[in-house]
Design a protein around this ligand. Structure first.
Ligand SMILES: Cc1ncc(COP(=O)(O)O)c(C=O)c1O
Length: 379
């Protein structure tokens, strides 16, 4: 199978698998135990914390390990709101957030929080003037993702952070799609909190991290929690974390060159998919984007049909966020950038990764060409 769904998840790297196996076999002590076996695990854990902090230009004491991006988002928002419940109950966000944020916000509305969703333009980029206007004296937190999982738009976190800082608003960003792909600097962007996930960068599933600016106060979501300084309960997954760090160490040095390589593969793919009897359009920005996330639509043909045809001929693609699979709803990103329901249903996403080759792109083009020609001839 040609796998072009790396934004949904990635295969674990060999190095990460080896490290997982070594740590799980040899250093399996509970990182909270006081004996030497526990101490070794704790040392691995603290070194891992430092490595993640370095990648983010943050401090080790701000890193909390979790089960992934979804849990990081939930715990970050709730912990920060609990620790800052005097300022007010107004939150700013966008309609483009991952379901783990959208669902958290929907639940907070039931608890009396008011949410303002700042509009985005046709490229999916947040309107900075609208953001400034949305701020109220009772705005306590803003949660705005970094990179869009469907069309690859990168938000300007530095400009957003500067606006929010002026009003001392807590700034959380879901960085699951950008960690290990482009630079994240929590200090430069005045970020108070971010979420990252291991399985998007060739680490194990079920591992992630949250960074919280150590100068911000927060309170445990689950009272009495002792692990991860009270942030998240449960015995810490040290082998998974060590494998996550290994994967991060592999990807960070090559992330810029990979984005350049993806740009070339993307151009080749989009050009090659065009045909005389159909029109392929790129959805999303033309610059400041994640080059490996390619949002497309083929006029008049449902994305679901294309995805199934691709699957039949051995190419794995997606019709949008993997978390929406099985739900035949139009992509919410497409609706937020002003597409009609019909256009949103035509959406497909191809996402490239470190194992994607020129040959795979050429084969994908040939497969698309052959089933699209057949489809158009049958009409
Ligand atoms: C933007 C974004 N946030 C959060 C998540 C959830 O991460 P995890 O699968 O680690 O819970 C995803 C996964 O698709 C995502 O794309």
């Amino acid at each position: 199978m040609i796998y072009l769904d790396y934004a949904a998840t990635t295969p674990m790297s060999e190095k990460a698998i080896n490290i997982y196996s070594q740590v799980a076999t040899n250093y399996y002590g509970n990182s909270s135990s006081l004996h030497d076996m526990g101490l070794v695990s704790q040392t691995i854990l603290e070194e891992s914390r430092k490595t993640i902090a370095d990648f983010l230009n943050g401090e080790a004491k701000g890193v909390y390990f979790t089960s992934g991006g979804s849990e990081s988002n939930y715990f970050a928002i709730h912990s920060l709101l609990k620790g800052n419940n005097k300022k007010g109950k107004h939150i700013i966000s966008t309609k483009l957030e991952h379901s783990s944020i959208a669902n958290t916000l929907a639940d907070l509305q039931n608890d009396g929080y008011e949410i303002t969703f700042v509009p985005v333009n046709t490229e999916g980029r947040i309107d900075l003037d609208a953001l400034a206007k949305a701020i109220r004296p009772d705005t306590v937190l803003a949660t705005i993702h970094h990179g869009n999982s469907e069309i690859g738009t990168i938000q300007d976190l530095v400009s957003i952070g500067a606006i929010l800082k002026k009003h001392d608003i807590i700034f959380h960003s879901d960085c699951v799609q950008t960690f290990g792909k482009i630079e994240i600097d929590v200090n430069r962007a005045n970020l108070d909190s971010i979420s990252v996930s291991s399985h998007k960068i060739y680490g194990p599933k079920g591992v992630g991290a949250c960074y919280i600016n150590p100068t911000r106060t927060w309170k445990p979501v689950i009272p009495g929690t002792t692990h991860e300084n009270g942030f998240r309960p449960g015995t810490v997954n040290v082998p998974g974390i060590a494998a996550f760090i290994t994967a991060a160490e592999e990807i960070f040095p090559i992330m810029n060159s990979e984005q350049k390589r993806f740009q070339g593969l993307r151009e080749k793919l989009v050009h090659g998919l065009q045909g005389d009897s159909w029109k392929v359009s790129q959805i999303g920005p033309t610059s400041n984007r994640l080059e490996h996330i390619i949002g497309l639509s083929i006029a008049g043909i449902e994305g679901q049909y294309i995805m199934l045809e691709c699957n039949r001929y051995g190419v794995a693609i997606s019709t949008g966020s993997a978390c929406s699979v099985g739900m035949q709803k139009p992509s919410k990103t497409l609706l937020a950038i002003g597409k009609s329901t019909e256009e949103a249903k035509q959406f497909i996403r191809l996402s490239l990764g470190k194992l994607t080759t020129d040959a795979e792109i050429e084969n994908t083009i040939n497969i698309f060409q052959s089933f699209l020609k057949k489809h158009c001839n049958d009409l």
